[in-house]
Write a protein that binds this ligand. Sequence first.
Ligand code: GLV
Length: 387
Amino acid sequence: MRIYTSIADLRRRAQQRVPRAIFEYADRGSYDELTLRRNRAALEALELRQRVMIDLTQRSTATTVLGQPWSMPVAIAPTGLTGLFHRDGEIQGALAAEAFGVPFALSTMSICSIEDVRAAVTQPFWFQLYMMKDRGFNEEMVARARAAQCSALILTVDLVVQGLRRRDVHNGLTIPPRFTLANLLDIMTRPRWALGVLCGKRRSFGNLAGRIEASSGLGTLSQWIASQSDASITWKEIDWLRARWPGKLIVKGILDVEDAKLAAAAGVDAMIVSNHGGRQLDGAPATISVLPEVVEAAAGRCEVLFDGGVQCGQDVLKALALGARACLVGKSFLYGLAADGRRGVTRMLEILRAELEVSMALTGCTDVRHIDRRVLRLPSHLSGSPS
Ligand code: GLV
């Protein structure tokens, strides 16, 4: 058994296990990757306050989010192409998440379809929707998510046009993966991946099969998004969705106070502070930098969730300290999955929980639901507990 003590260990293993084009799709960001780096740098820059001589015998990471109990305040973010990181990757991720007691979010751009995942799990999962020009497609996806009894719908709003991911272009990332002279060697040196994924039955976008022409050979993901994505969407879509989706509705991609106010006014159940993992607007702020102002703008009207660079339990503690109800992990999830399938995802969750538990204890916190700004060493004007 390999020893993984950190998300970085899982990342290193992932890099060995999957072809470069797949690994870099997860690992890298858009343009010059300023925002990608900022997400991590801003989290790292926050200092935790060490506290001592506090009774730590009873400690808990359990919480409730959107009315549901979670074993810790971490969910698996929707990520595209997950089933290319490991055979049946979405199913493996969903199974690991449900055993751990945290939600799994399935992306529109998944390899396993909604129905594939539904057939494999016992707990409801979340479904993430991109609004496409084809309204029939949107209707159908919402209906399928309902039929699969998904417990929340996430509308991602920050990818209506796509930021350039230079590595994907250089790597010629195609769906399904194709053998080319350039990637042949790369694939040949990863026989377990080739056997698992290339010889598996699911290699293309499961949710799009039969719906969009040639979903068995869509070329590059960015070409497909560029041609299909509905760039006309506005906050009116929330009403459109509400008329079709009776469950919890989450909007993902909020990074500005004005948008936070509009989202709260539109009546969403939760918003996710996100810059798409540094994969869209390069030059945008780190998500942790805008989190406090978004929480203030939401003013308790909905829950505020957080993603962007969460790669250790201390990051979770910091996000909760600044008002997030919970965090989502995308890259960390894909590293775990690529490293060792379902076991790797479970290990990723264990690592985050152990780091969170210890860091809570060392900052004098016994209950994750009571984390607030007092765990941070902040400049005095920012240090009051949130009201
Ligand atoms: C999809 O959401 C992506 O970031 O590739």
